[in-house]
Design a protein around this ligand. Structure first.
Ligand SMILES: O=c1ccn([C@@H]2O[C@H](COP(=O)(O)OP(=O)(O)O[C@H]3O[C@H](CO)[C@@H](O)[C@H](O)[C@H]3O)[C@@H](O)[C@H]2O)c(=O)[nH]1
Ligand SMILES: O=P(O)(O)OC[C@H]1O[C@](O)(CO)[C@@H](O)[C@@H]1O
Length: 876
């Protein structure tokens, strides 16, 4: 690991690699895949271009304990420009491409493992865990596409970073957003809260002071919801992820602490003694008197680590300067000018302060260190009876603090963040206000000068450090995963439950029964959710005990009929896929799938666009190589009307993604006279229903809609009204009479999240329609479903969109599919205020990607053909 190389290579890298390695050796874990970006660039190590790398266990004991497990792997997925390293702030436009690539890997792995160990049945992942905001966003989409539980760890949180940066007052909100893309990042963290079952934190402070800043998390509401779930009463469609504190661990295998370290001679070696590590002389060459106790700081050169205040504190405190030296390990550098601008600014300011206070001979700031040098640096500081300092403005956890403690080095640390929890456990030093320069120098002086205090802190750290161990972390972590309701696709799950009931895994069956029991309880309660009043009423109202008892009895009675009943109900409700066996087969045979997702304002324009696309593909479609999917906010009835009005037939298309991605239909060749010739895919519903608020959500939305009125003199007109005709089981539809009077998409998301309602809100039809659908349902997720369910390759899809569209437009432009933007189609910008999401489209869409092409003049057949040639879908 190249830790401290730049602002992206910090503690999180170490954390996830060590966690993956430790998990891979846990009994009961078959395989851990750590997915990251593949980069083949000349300025990074060649190994970053390797598709797979095994994380070898640290010790032979680990190998022994692994048993049947196949271990942990780093899997590198190509996305974004192949030959270029991209800083984390600039990765956002490429996230969807990562999601698709990761999905491809997981599907492939599921097949391979299935063949190896499960008799050919696919082996589905048990959970997916996102680390940091960008992976939170990706994991949310993947957990939805695969229907598996998601966990999330923030490592460093955007809202907190934004607050800290605003407090420092050096940049305006706009400048901060331009530098850090912070609003996009915060939305990713909010989505991670929407989708996660468990959020792993390192400290209590992270929950109470940092996560509380998010719309989607509230400690009190979380408690109330948990209490209601325990009592078996309805939460009216509200959900909160479970926050758990599991501090990270350390790999202790190369930690060696000798008492002898304390009285060693720094100049020259005794006979028989191992030579000093080379990094020692690299550090000591800076000092006039290398025997003085060493104050050590080791951090990425990031302004938030607050090293400048440390240098000032040291420089301005004469007694401290006389007593101790200062060592600053701030990553690696060749030349300051070649560093990123923020890192270079930190280094330059430090050099100026050293000059200002004339600290020559008292401060070391070596240019290079290797990973293997880091333990030796801590040992050197401990040997001189020095102190480790982390004065960060805020430190989410602080791996360096546990590292220092493991090497017998007492600490002075910021009182903001994780160090408070670490100090509570280790009791190995002093906490300080990082803004108070005198407090820093006083604490350092106290620890360095008070020999007894120093020895006590050293010993306390050494005595308690075992509490930060990866195996312990993994045990708690795995128990959390085991307590999540197992989620798998229904088309696999119903068979599995059925089989398990008679198989040799009674534990699994029992857990399934318990889960079914919980589901039944919740859904039965949901039936009476309708009577609820406001959010307060929901929780203040006394639920009738008799009613609850009745619900429980119903649930128990359903359960007592056994798993077969559950399975049967499931299969009765399932569409009979065999009645229309040709559809998936047809879809699979296509060379290309053209997805028409142009959000046209008029049916006439829409028909016109569809026909132009048909014509453009006519050569290939004649031979059946191209299949078509319509993907819109329309209902199936509206789509049917469009199809018929355009002189087309339903079977001209392979599938229809309706209601903004909450319904999926396939055309039928025949149907009863009274019915439309389409078959709904109920497996899709089971795949997207996660956290769907159903009736409870609908009631809340209706109350909200009633509160938005247009005051015209004496009279009031309701602006938002329920559109029952256009609503379906997984889409609450509303009509907006006056789009200028309703909140933007950003405000709506916030409104939902603060009530713990997890859903996806979309404005369509130029802002005159509002759709509320399940949180992980969307038009782009529907395409991923087609891949997971029917194996239709995403890279063979071409998505046609207009110049703008509904508020879910951005998600249609990314991914491994190709995109054709039809110039002149859906240009409307009149309702742009509704689309306000808090960050520009460029922060989410890679417009310069070679898979995105805009037609040249308009959307004539010729324009479309030429775009398809450019994408190499058609031969020129
Ligand atoms: O020049 C350097 C600087 C750092 N490191 C290592 O990099 C890691 C840094 O981790 P940490 O001190 O925890 O800080 P961050 O890099 O900021 O890590 C983020 O992620 C960590 C894991 O979640 C949290 O502990 C932090 O609070 C959070 O800011 C440690 O292992 C250091 O030994 C080096 O090897 N060389
Ligand atoms: O400053 P930010 O954007 O909060 O990022 C800090 C994150 O970046 C990293 O340095 C990447 O490893 C992490 O240690 C940390 O989680």
């Amino acid at each position: 690991m190249e830790l401290g190389r730049d602002s992206d290579t910090g503690g999180q890298v170490k954390y996830v690699v060590e966690l993956a390695r430790a998990l891979g050796t846990m009994p009961g874990v078959y395989r851990v895949d750590l997915l990251t970006r593949q980069i083949s660039a000349p300025d990074v190590d060649w190994s970053y271009g390797e598709p797979t790398e095994m994380l070898t266990p640290r010790s032979s004991q680990d190998v022994h304990e692994m048993g049947e497990s196949s271990g942990a792997y780093i899997v590198r997925i190509p996305f974004g420009p192949r030959d270029k390293y991209i800083a984390k702030e600039l990765l956002w436009p490429h996230i969807q491409e990562f999601v698709d690539g990761a999905l491809g890997h997981i599907m492939q792995m599921s097949k391979v493992l299935g063949e190896q160990v499960a008799g050919g049945q696919p082996v589905w992942p048990v959970a997916i865990h996102g680390h940091y905001a960008d992976a939170g966003d990706s994991a949310a989409l993947l957990s939805g596409a695969l229907n598996v539980p998601m966990l999330f760890t923030g490592h460093s949180l955007g809202r907190d970073k934004l607050e800290q940066l605003l407090k420092q007052g050096r940049q305006s909100r706009e400048e901060i957003n331009a530098t850090y893309k912070i609003m996009r990042r915060i939305e990713a963290e909010e989505l991670a809260l929407d989708a996660s079952e468990v959020v792993v934190t390192s400290t209590r402070q992270e929950i109470e002071e940092q996560w509380r800043l998010y719309d989607g998390f509230d400690v009190i509401l979380a408690r109330k919801l948990r209490a209601r779930i325990k009592r078996g009463v309805s939460c009216y469609g509200r959900f909160m992820p479970r926050m758990v504190i599991i501090p990270p661990g350390m790999e202790f295998n190369h930690v060696v602490v000798h008492d002898g370290d304390m009285d060693g001679d720094l100049e020259g070696n005794e006979e028989n003694q191992a030579p000093d590590p080379p990094i020692w002389s690299e550090v000591m060459r800076f000092f006039t008197n290398p025997r003085k106790p060493m104050i050590l700081a080791l951090a990425r050169p990031d302004p938030k680590k607050n090293i400048l205040t440390l240098v000032k504190a040291f420089g301005e405190c004469r007694p401290l300067r006389e007593l101790a030296n200062l060592t600053l390990i701030l990553g690696n550098r060749e030349a300051i000018d070649e560093m990123s601008s923020t890192s270079a600014a930190v280094l330059t300011s430090i050099l100026k302060l050293i000059d200002k206070y004339d600290l020559y001979g008292q401060v070391a700031y070596p240019k290079h260190h290797k990973q293997s040098d880091v333990p030796e640096i801590y040992r050197l500081a401990a040997k001189t009876k020095g102190v480790f300092i982390n004065p960060a403005f805020i430190e989410p956890f602080g791996l360096t603090l546990i590292e220092a403690a493991a090497y017998g080095l007492p600490m002075v640390a910021t009182r903001n963040g994780g160090p408070v929890d670490i100090h509570r456990v280790l009791d190995n030093g002093l906490l300080v206000d990082p803004h108070d320069q005198n407090a820093i120098s006083d604490a350092l002086y106290k620890l360095v000068s008070d020999k007894q205090l120093w020895a006590r802190c050293r010993q306390n750290g050494l005595n308690n450090i075992h509490l930060f161990s990866w195996p312990e972390h993994c045990k708690t972590y795995l128990s959390r995963i085991a307590s999540c309701r197992p989620r798998h696709p229904q088309w696999q799950r119903s068979d599995e439950v059925f089989e398990n009931s008679e198989s040799d895994s009674p534990g699994d069956s029992l857990r399934d029964i318990q889960d079914i029991s919980l589901n039944l309880k919740l859904s039965l309660d949901g039936e009476k959710a309708g009577e609820s009043g406001s959010l307060d009423n929901v929780f203040d109202s006394e639920d009738s005990i008799a009613e609850r008892k009745n619900n429980l009895e119903k649930a128990v009675s359903k359960l007592s009929k056994g798993l077969k009943v559950f399975h049967k109900v499931g299969s009765m409700e399932k569409p009979d896929q065999n009645s229309n066996p040709s559809k998936p087969a047809v879809l699979r045979r296509r060379k290309h799938i053209f997805v028409i997702a142009v959000d046209s304002d008029s049916d006439k324009d829409f028909v016109d666009i569809i026909q132009k696309i048909f014509e453009a593909a006519s050569k290939d479609s004649m031979s059946g190589l191209v299949g078509f999917i319509l993907s819109t906010a329309l209902t199936i009835a509206e789509i049917h009307a469009v199809v018929i009005s355009g002189g087309m037939v339903p079977t001209d298309f392979d599938a229809f993604i309706c209601n903004s991605g909450s319904d999926l239909y396939y055309p039928l060749t025949s149907s009863e006279d009274s019915e439309l010739p389409y078959e709904i895919d109920l497996d899709y519903h089971s795949q997207i229903e996660y956290r769907w608020g159903g009736e409870g959500l609908r009631k809340t939305l209706i109350r909200w809609a009633a509160s938005i009125v247009d005051k015209k003199g004496e009279t009031e007109e309701q602006v938002v009204t329920e559109d029952e005709q256009r609503s379906s089981a997984y889409c609450h539809a509303f009509t907006v009479q006056n789009p200028s009077l309703v909140p933007s998409i950003k405000e709506l998301r916030k409104m939902m999240r603060i009530q713990a309602l997890r859903c996806h809100v979309i404005y369509s039809h130029d802002g005159t329609k509002l759709h509320v659908i399940p949180v992980l349902a969307s038009r782009s997720q529907a395409l991923r479903y087609l891949y997971v369910r029917w194996g239709i390759e995403l890279s063979n899809m071409v998505v046609f969109v207009g110049e703008s569209g509904d508020t879910d437009y951005e998600s249609l432009l990314g991914g491994v599919h190709k995109t054709v933007i039809l110039k002149g189609a859906c240009e409307t910008t009149t309702q742009s205020q509704l689309k306000f999401r808090g960050y520009p489209l460029e922060d989410v869409v890679a417009f310069d990607s070679p898979t995105n092409v805009k037609t040249e003049d308009g959307y004539s057949t010729k324009d479309i053909q030429s775009a398809l040639c450019q994408l190499r879908v058609l031969k020129s």
